[in-house]
Design a protein around this ligand. Structure first.
Ligand code: EPZ
Length: 463
């Protein structure tokens, strides 16, 4: 199986761009199925979760093509309303297709997506919302069969929890429902606003996205549009933490600093110097990080649950004891056991994680337990003395595009070794910056082939 081999203790330096947001591209690709026309989606990341979404769109009868980071969806001939179990299982967030299929065809057959490594991931809020919009559900042993013979009707829907996916499904389904839908206690994540921008570009009438109350006035039909996906705030956060945990000095370009607003004070409390401007954030780490007393994960704009595992990795080598409370998912600490293999001192009690900082980590062989926990292990390997081997890369490839190429461009010593023992080669466009296409430094890294450790990058000076 593929593995990453990391030789740690290299200070990361330089500047990168991050790929488009996975958690924005997925609902936008789903919403493209609602459109009776062609949608062109730019800055779409090359991730296995995106591949899974494309498979579903094609199964539904859409024509999908991809060129670099642009995905074109022609949903004119969409003629299917069923997502088979094997496709649902390929990506558990496939439930976000429910609203689009139901809104477009008046019918939707899918299976309950099932839990995943971080929790049970129920979809009761999605189901209840579709029923409030007029859908009738027949459920049998995990098979969900929704019908809306008279089409969907606008409704006033209050979410008991600001669920990101449920908010997205409601916005999509309500876009072409009859009448007005008002969502109260909606999720406020930037991906919600990006989805609304896409749908409004297609002719929808959505107001208030990004706030707790979202109003959708249904329109008869939507037509195709061009849309550029926002940068991935979780990837940006993860790479800043990579700079922090290696006493590095890095800048992340072309992001929206406000989207990572909850992370910046945490990095400052850890002793990092942070500078931010319109479209970039730079970090300069101290020789020894300070502990961060208490971090609670919360819905946006609070600290994001998806950054909890990478933050844990950074805090394992901080001076002092840090506490994290995971308030969003019930079992999102699987990375702790793997981090302990590096010599980290972590204890978990329910939703509380206590991290007692140690002077150094020692390289280990570890297995990624899930997407964000997997990258936490990479961060630990970057900080550790000696060699680290990370397997379970299929988790990491769901949400991070060519992480080893980006890290090598920042000076890390990371190789992806394939099953046959050869190091993965990179095409020119994957290792160098070309017209905003990939996430490695502009200009500095013109190598072709496998990025070499310490590849010279243009030193970034905070403006
Ligand atoms: C989205 O998941 C993201 N995924 C997650 O990112 C992210 O962690 C999460 O939002 C929270 O920000 C995508 O956007 C594809 P939720 P989602 O509905 O929509 C409970 C990553 O690493 N809940 O906001 O599934 C649920 O169990 C992934 O990129 C219900 O109880 O999250 C959880 O405890 C991981 N009933 C909480 O709400 C429901 O019907 C938050 O879930 C739905 C959710």
């Amino acid at each position: 199986m593929e593995k990453l081999i990391i030789h740690g203790q290299k200070r990361l330096h330089g500047e990168i761009e991050v790929h488009g947001s996975k958690n924005s591209a997925l609902p936008i690709l789903a919403a493209a199925a609602l459109v009776n026309g062609v949608s062109e989606i730019h800055n779409c990341p090359k991730l296995t979760d995106i591949d899974a979404a494309i498979h579903i769109l094609m199964h539904l009868g859409c024509r999908v093509s991809r060129s670099g980071h642009t995905v074109t969806v022609d949903a004119t001939a969409m003629n299917n309303w069923e997502v088979p179990d094997e496709l649902m299982r390929e990506m558990r967030s496939s439930v976000v297709f429910l609203g689009a299929i139901l809104g477009r065809t008046g019918h939707a057959k899918l299976t309950t997506p099932g839990g995943c490594e971080i929790g049970l991931r129920p979809i009761d809020l999605h189901i209840s919302a579709m029923e409030q919009l007029g859908a009738v559900l027949e459920e049998d042993a995990g098979k969900l069969d929704f019908h809306a013979p008279n089409g969907l009707q606008g409704a006033r829907i209050t979410l008991s929890f600001p669920s990101v996916g449920a908010t997205e499904n409601i916005m999509i389904a309500a876009a072409t429902a009859k009448g007005r839908t008002v969502i109260t206690n909606a999720a406020r994540e930037p991906e919600i606003s990006d989805l609304a921008d896409f749908l409004n570009g297609c002719g929808a009438h959505i107001h208030g996205a990004g706030d707790s109350t979202v109003i959708i006035d249904g329109v008869p039909k939507l037509s195709g549009t061009c849309h550029t996906v926002i940068p991935d705030r979780i990837a940006a956060s993860t790479y800043l933490l990579a700079g922090a945990v290696t006493q590095g000095k890095i800048c992340v370009r072309d992001i929206v600093p406000a989207h990572i607003g909850a992370l910046l004070p945490v990095l400052k409390e850890a002793g990092c110097d942070i500078t931010a401007s319109g479209r970039w954030v730079c970090l300069s780490a101290p020789p020894r990080l300070h502990r961060v007393k208490m971090t609670r994960t919360m819905p946006y704009p609070g600290f994001p649950t998806d950054v909890q595992a990478p933050l844990t990795a950074m805090l394992t080598v901080a001076d002092g004891t840090s506490v994290i409370i995971e308030n969003i998912f019930e079992s999102r600490y699987k990375h702790a056991a793997e981090l302990i293999r590096f010599g980290a001192k972590i204890s978990v009690e329910g939703r509380m994680e206590v991290i007692e900082g140690v002077p150094y980590l020692t390289g280990a062989s570890v297995v990624a337990p899930d997407l964000r926990g997997g990258f936490a292990l990479i961060l630990a390997g970057l900080a550790a003395r000696g060699e680290t081997v990370v397997t379970g890369l299929e988790h990491i490839d769901r949400g991070y595009e060519t992480p080893e190429a980006i890290l090598c461009a920042l000076g890390a010593d990371v190789k992806r070794v394939q099953d046959n023992g050869t190091a993965k080669e990179y095409t020119k466009e994957q290792s160098t910056k070309t017209d905003g296409e990939t996430g490695v430094p502009k200009g500095g890294n013109k190598t072709t082939g496998t990025p070499q450790p310490g590849t010279a990058v243009r030193e970034t000076t905070a403006e």
